[in-house]
Write a protein that binds this ligand. Structure first.
Ligand code: NA7
Length: 538
C-alpha cells in the first residue's frame, strides 16, 4: 500500500497531535512545501487519541484550549463546557484535520524508528516501521511531552497479575467494564486524580495506592453558558493577546499584589473567591508572589490543607491526603472534580504507600507490608517519561554520527526549546527548555516561529540552520536560573526527571513567563537568527 513508498519531501513531521497537525497546515498550505506527517497511532489527536481512561479531560478552559490561527474555526467550533472531555477534544482535532484537508499527508499507524542527518547532502533520512524511508530537508518533531512515553514502574510480580491491567495512557478503545469489580489505582498525579472519582462511581470497591499526597484545586466544571460564550467570542482578539503574553498561557494575570502585604482576612477572601471560581486561576491568577516567595506560597498551601481537613470526614485519611513535603505548585498543579470528597465513600479505601509500601503484585492483587489486597482490575496512573522520553524512543542521529541519546545523557540541552546543537535543520515543537503551561498556546507559537525560520532559510538559499553550542549553553543557564527563581520550582516530579529512576535531574521547562519567552524568540529571529549557525549551500 501507500505506506510502503519511499518519499522525498521538504519537511517531515513526527506526530499528528496539536503540534504536528498545525505544523503540516503551516508549511504545506502557507509555505507550499512538500510535507509528510508520520504518526504511530491509528488516528490523529496525539495525547487525545491515546488517553481514554475514565474521566479523562482537559484542565485548561476550553475556549483557550484550541487553535487561534483560524478566526472561522474559533467562531464556529462549539465547546460543550468549561473543561472538555477527551472524546470532545479528539473530535475537535479530527475536525481540524478534515477542515484543512490534512489527512492526505499523514501516514497513520507508522512509527518513526530512526532519523539520521546525512552529512554528505544535508538531508534527514527517516526510517519508519513500515520499512520505508522518507528523505527531507527539515525534520520537525511534534511528539508532545508525555503521551508517546508512558511509564510503568518495575513492580515485582506485575506480569503475574491474573486480572486486567491497564496504563491510563494506553487505555483500550473498548470501554473497560468496571461495574461490580474490585479496582486498584496506583498513582495520584493529574491522571489518577481525574480518574479516581469516576472509577469510584463504577467499581464495587476502589483501592487507591498513594505514594505522594498532592495539592489539588477544584475545577468547578459546568456546561457552556451561551451568553458567556457570546461575550468571549466578541472579545477573542483581546483574550488571545492576553494568553500569548501571559505568565503561563491563560488569558488572565495575577492580581499584581503581594500576599505578604495583604491582611489575613484579605488573603482568605481572595483564596476563597478563586477556589470558588475553580481551576488554574487559583494558581496563576492569585498573588504575584505565590510561586516565588515561600511565605506567600505557605499561605496558599495552608489554605488547601485546611480545605482537605474540612472535606475529608475521617481525620486519619485526611492527614494521609495532606501534602507536607513540597510547596504548593512545586509539582504540576492538579485540577479535580470531587477528588477529596471521593474518600468519604464507603467503597473507597486509601492505601498509604509511605506507611505500607508495595512488596509485590500477586496473581490476585497487590501485597503491601500490611497484607494482600485482592483486585480484579489494576489501573496504572503512573505517569510518563516526560519531555525527553518521546525523543529517546527514536534513534535520532545528527552531525558526525552524534546520537541525541548521548548528547542528552546528562539531561537535555536545547536552544529556546526549539533546536539542538549538532542537529542541523531539525526543530522541536515543545522541546525541553521551552515554556510549560496551556500547551496549545505554546504549540502555535513554536509552529509559527519554526515555519518562519524555515521560510527564511529557504528564501536566503541557505543549506543549513543549526543551533550554536554557545547559544545553547546560555539558554541552559537561563533555564536553570528561571527554575531557581520559583520557590515551588522542580521538587521531585516529572518536571525535572525525578519520577523516572535513574533519569538525569534537570529542569525540563523554561519557568519564565510565556511573554518573556515569546519576546526572546522574536528578538532572536529579528536579529538574523542570533545564536544559530547558518550555512550557505555549497
Ligand atoms: P504523574 O504526575 O507523573 O503521576 C504519577 C503518579 O504515579 C504519582 O502519584 C506517582 O507517585 C505514582 N507512581 C509512580 N511510580 C510509582 C511507584 N513505583 N509506586 C507507587 N506510585 C508510583 O503522571 P500523570 O499521568 O498523573 O500526569 C502527567 C501529566 O499529564 C500531568 O501532569 C498533566 O500535565 C497531564 P509519586 O508522586 O512519584 O510519589
Amino acid at each position: 500500500g501507500s505506506n510502503r513508498t519511499d518519499l522525498d519531501v521538504d519537511v517531515v513531521i513526527v506526530g499528528a497531535g496539536f503540534a504536528g497537525l498545525y505544523m503540516l497546515h503551516r508549511v504545506r498550505d502557507v509555505l507550499g512545501l512538500r510535507t509528510v506527517v508520520i504518526e504511530a497511532a491509528d488516528g490523529v489527536g496525539g495525547t487525545w487519541y491515546l488517553n481514554r481512561y475514565p474521566g479523562a479531560r482537559c484542565d485548561s478552559e476550553s475556549y483557550v484550549y484550541c487553535y487561534s490561527f483560524s478566526e472561522e474555526l474559533l467562531q464556529e467550533w462549539e465547546w460543550s463546557g468549561k473543561y472538555p472531555r477527551q472524546p470532545e477534544i479528539l473530535a475537535y482535532l479530527e475536525h481540524v484535520a478534515d477542515r484543512f484537508d490534512l489527512l492526505r499527508d499523514v501516514r497513520l499507524g507508522t512509527r518513526v524508528e530512526a532519523a539520521r542527518y546525512q552529512d554528505a547532502d544535508g538531508t534527514w533520512r527517516v526510517r519508519t516501521s513500515a520499512g520505508d524511508t522518507v528523505t527531507a530537508r527539515f525534520l520537525v518533531t511534534g511528539m508532545g511531552l508525555l503521551a508517546a512515553a508512558p511509564y510503568t514502574p518495575d513492580l515485582p510480580g506485575l506480569d503475574t497479575f491474573a486480572g486486567e491491567c491497564h496504563h491510563t495512557g494506553r487505555w483500550p478503545h473498548e470501554p473497560v467494564d468496571l461495574a461490580g469489580r474490585r479496582v486498584g489505582v496506583i498513582g495520584t498525579g493529574s491522571t489518577g486524580v481525574q480518574a479516581i472519582p469516576v472509577i469510584a462511581e463504577q467499581a464495587a470497591h476502589l483501592h487507591v495506592f498513594q505514594r505522594s499526597p498532592q495539592f489539588t484545586v477544584p475545577a468547578r466544571h459546568h456546561t457552556v453558558d451561551r451568553a458567556v460564550l457570546a461575550e468571549i467570542r466578541a472579545d477573542y482578539d483581546a483574550i488571545w493577546a492576553k494568553a500569548k503574553w501571559s505568565l503561563s498561557g491563560f488569558p488572565w494575570q495575577h492580581n499584581g499584589r503581594s500576599a505578604l502585604d495583604a491582611t489575613p482576612e484579605e488573603v482568605r477572601k481572595t483564596f476563597e473567591e478563586l477556589w470558588d471560581q475553580g481551576g488554574f486561576r487559583f494558581v496563576f491568577g492569585s498573588y504575584r508572589d505565590l510561586l516565588t516567595d515561600i511565605r506567600a506560597n505557605d499561605l496558599a498551601a495552608d489554605f488547601v490543607r485546611e480545605k482537605i481537613r474540612e472535606t475529608v470526614a475521617d481525620p486519619d485519611t485526611a492527614a494521609k491526603l495532606t501534602p507536607t513535603d513540597h510547596p504548593f505548585g512545586g509539582r504540576r498543579p492538579i485540577i479535580d472534580t470531587d477528588y477529596f470528597e471521593t474518600y468519604n465513600r464507603d467503597d473507597v479505601t486509601l492505601v498509604d504507600l509511605r506507611e505500607s509500601p508495595i512488596e509485590e503484585v500477586t496473581p490476585r492483587g497487590i501485597r503491601t507490608t500490611a497484607g494482600e489486597i485482592e483486585l480484579d482490575v489494576l489501573v496504572l496512573a503512573t505517569g510518563f517519561d516526560a519531555v525527553t522520553g518521546p525523543f529517546t524512543r527514536i534513534d535520532i542521529t545528527g552531525r558526525d554520527g552524534l546520537a541525541l541519546r548521548d548528547a542528552w545523557a546528562d539531561g537535555p540541552s536545547t536552544y529556546l526549546g526549539l533546536a539542538v546543537a549538532g542537529f542541523p535543520n531539525m526543530f522541536t515543537i515543545t522541546g525541553p527548555g521551552a515554556t510549560f503551561g496551556n500547551l496549545p498556546v505554546s504549540i502555535e507559537h513554536h509552529v509559527e516561529w519554526i515555519a518562519t525560520c524555515i521560510e527564511d532559510t529557504l528564501r536566503r538559499d541557505l543549506a543549513v540552520v543549526e543551533a550554536g553550542y554557545e547559544a545553547q549553553q546560555r539558554w541552559a543557564d537561563h533555564v536553570q536560573a528561571q527554575a531557581e527563581r520559583i520557590v515551588a520550582g522542580p521538587s521531585g516530579s516529572w518536571y525535572d526527571g525525578a519520577n523516572i529512576p535513574g533519569k538525569a535531574r534537570r529542569p525540563l521547562f523554561f519557568f519564565g513567563s510565556f511573554g518573556l519567552y515569546r519576546r526572546t524568540c522574536e528578538d532572536v529571529a529579528a536579529n538574523g537568527y542570533e545564536g544559530f549557525d547558518r550555512q550557505p549551500a555549497v
